[in-house]
Design a protein around this ligand. Structure first.
Ligand SMILES: [Zn+2]
Length: 345
């Protein structure tokens, strides 16, 4: 999860100020929908209008060699018709009230709905970016249903153990590993969570849902380089970098995390761009982690409310940098299966 200065300020409070903090959260839960609709009203007029024109149409044919699909946050499906792999597989998207005040757990109905929309029944692997709820909460269930290998940190493994996912179907990563699935080669790259991320630390024992959102600790963040028949796709979910962390990595297309990028200064954004996009030579980027993950996937995606994440500014920043460096910015339609070669046209 890349959002929410409110959570952060609460986590800094001492025990003595816990009650005002809870009251503040309760008030926020009530006013957030209003702020939300105000932000969306503005967004409907401004940033999404230009983005809409960049949206790639999904073709009806399924004979392409490599197709990609976006399903919110950093859940992405890559499918070559024989083998399919998915990042995160986050479909439950619990609402704001349960995030703030209650406990959360995988929503079986929503997972069923989303998987049916993808059209895939078998996955070779589910790759978790990190162990916050908006990435890894559903990963074990999606892997279980699709017969996939679950790949993630020790924390992600503990999310899986908490729902009795079989140990022999998971692989714990720490960066540098490679996996082959059919014609896909996956390389794990250790990366960094976006700055001022919440719920740091690791999940050290099996996490049995329902639990409070704070139970889903980050547990280390990872990017995935996915190579397929000469094509190279980098999935970089979280908007941060370590200097030189992608040295030697080449990518054609990057699914680029922009969560909280709009709340960073220009220096950070420029360096992020340099380290992730320019250093890999990518010519196409698809911004991800911009949608309000408290909305279910049977509704259109909307940007995060500005109260929590200035997506409008983050998008503008990315478009400015892309324009300067002759990189195309594309957006995928929710659940639209797109031939990856169409992205660079
Ligand atoms: Zn996160």
């Amino acid at each position: 999860m890349h959002i929410n200065p409110v959570y952060k300020s609460c986590s800094r409070r001492t025990r003595g100020s816990r009650r005002p903090a809870l009251a503040f959260l309760a008030v926020l839960a009530l006013i957030a929908p209003l702020a939300d609709s105000m932000a969306h009203h503005k967004l409907a007029r401004t940033p999404l209008a230009p983005h809409k024109s960049l949206e790639v149409r999904s073709a009806a044919t399924r004979d392409a060699t490599l197709r990609v699909m976006f399903m919110g946050v950093s859940t992405i499906l890559l499918d070559d018709g024989e083998t399919a792999i998915m990042t995160d597989g986050f479909f439950s998207r619990p609402g704001r009230k349960s995030l703030l005040l209650g406990k959360i757990e995988p929503d079986q109905t929503r997972i069923t709905y989303a998987l049916s929309r993808t059209g895939v029944t078998r996955l070779a692997a589910v790759l978790a970016a990190h162990s916050h709820h908006d990435h890894a909460m559903d990963s074990p269930e999606v892997a279980r249903r699709t017969g996939a290998l679950l790949i993630g940190s020790e924390s992600t493994a503990n999310i899986a153990r908490g729902v009795d996912f079989p140990e022999d179907r998971m692989r714990v990563i720490d960066g540098g590993e490679t996996f082959t699935f059919g014609r896909f080669k996956v390389t794990v790259i250790k990366s960094l969570h976006s700055p001022r991320g919440l719920y740091k630390g690791a999940i050290t024992t099996p996490l049995r849902p329902p639990v409070r959102i704070s139970g889903y600790k980050e547990g280390g963040s990872y990017s995935y380089l996915i190579e397929h028949e000469g094509r190279r796709v980098l999935i970089h979910a979280s908007a941060n970098y370590k200097p030189g962390f992608l040295r030697g990595v080449q990518a054609d297309v990057i699914f680029l995390g922009i969560g909280r990028l709009g709340n960073q200064n220009d220096k950070f954004a420029n360096e992020y761009w340099q380290e992730v996009v320019q250093s890999t030579g990518a010519k196409v980027i698809i911004p991800v982690h911009w949608d309000d993950f408290t909305r279910p996937l049977d509704k259109p995606l909307r940007p995060m409310p500005r109260l929590l994440d200035d997506i409008e500014r983050g998008m503008r920043t990315v478009q400015r940098l892309a324009g300067t460096h002759h990189v195309a910015v594309r957006h995928l339609p929710l659940f639209g299966s797109v031939d990856i070669s169409e992205l660079s046209r």
